[in-house]
Design a protein around this ligand. Structure first.
Ligand code: SAH
Length: 258
């Protein structure tokens, strides 16, 4: 099992109110192979120490103390290999919240890309199948699925427009440049009342998709963009992080009604 080494890094500094404030930053390493010593920028942790129980305090050879933890899903997820641009966690969270999918849900996703969305959905759903047309992206998504040990996730190296094998699906998620071309096959795969969610980075893609999908057997529930701002919280320096990516994409939600 992979482990995490984590410690609070302290940095002292003087603020404008003549008060000394301690800033703490998390320093974290993911140790994927615990069968050998781990070399970090903070020194070496012996393989003997890496075998200790979660919560153990371990020292590097430069005498820095780390807490050893068992790596959890998010530790491994954040470390996943990237090929295509992945969908962000805020957007994944919104898809889950607005569709209410859970441990009983059957989901189809396309394109797999790096498999980020597919892996997260498989983490909470009963079964997920993701279609990917490109060989290189298929390989990356498959590798990520295997590292996360998601046995309920199937990645298929297929063009989704040519057909979806799964039936009676609770949710279909599309992250494609031309999602409208998938509507016919999505319609066949989705169960009545099932959800269709499309993620598009640009306005014309969203507009065209909503326009075409609502003429079909789908009812448009809503389209939205989620703006997330990260904040610095250091003493009295409490403000939004000055440079950050604000726009990711637009989400459009539909339900199949006939
Ligand atoms: N949601 C993914 C990223 C998808 S990027 C993630 O979170 O990791 C879009 C992917 O769709 C690309 O990998 C592209 O190759 C794939 N794609 C494009 N057209 C496709 C099609 N017709 N069938 C299957 N995959 C397709």
């Amino acid at each position: 099992m992979a482990k995490v080494l984590i410690r609070k890094e302290k940095k002292e500094f003087v603020k404008d109110i003549n008060k000394e404030i301690t800033i703490e930053r998390a320093r974290k390493y993911l140790v994927k192979d615990v069968s050998k010593d781990y070399q970090s920028q903070d020194g070496v942790v012996s393989k003997k120490d890496l075998k200790k129980k979660s919560g153990a305090k371990v020292l590097t050879n430069t005498k820095k103390e780390f807490t050893l933890l068992d790596a959890d899903f998010m530790d491994l997820y954040r470390n996943m290999k990237r090929g295509a641009q992945i969908i962000s966690l805020k957007d994944i969270g919104t898809i889950i919240a607005y569709t209410g999918i859970n441990k009983n849900s059957k989901v189809v996703d396309a394109g797999a890309g790096s498999g980020a969305l597919a892996c997260f959905l498989a983490h909470i759903c009963k079964e997920v199948t993701s279609y990917e047309i490109r060989d290189d992206h298929y390989k990356i998504a498959k590798e990520n699925k295997e590292k996360l040990e998601l046995n309920n996730l199937k990645i298929k190296n297929k063009d989704v427009f040519r057909g979806i094998d799964e039936k009676d699906v609770d949710l279909v998620t599309l992250d494609l440049p031309d999602p409208w071309n998938a509507l016919k096959v999505v319609d066949k795969a989705l169960k009545l009342g099932g959800y269709l969610v499309s993620y598009s980075p640009t306005v014309p893609q969203m507009a065209d998709f909503v326009d075409i999908a609502r003429k079909d057997n789908f009812i448009h529930i809503k389209s939205l963009e989620l703006i997330k701002r990260n904040w610095e919280v250091e003493g009295r320096k409490v403000r939004p992080v000055t440079t950050q990516n604000v726009h990711t994409g637009f989400l459009s939600f539909f339900r199949k009604i006939s």
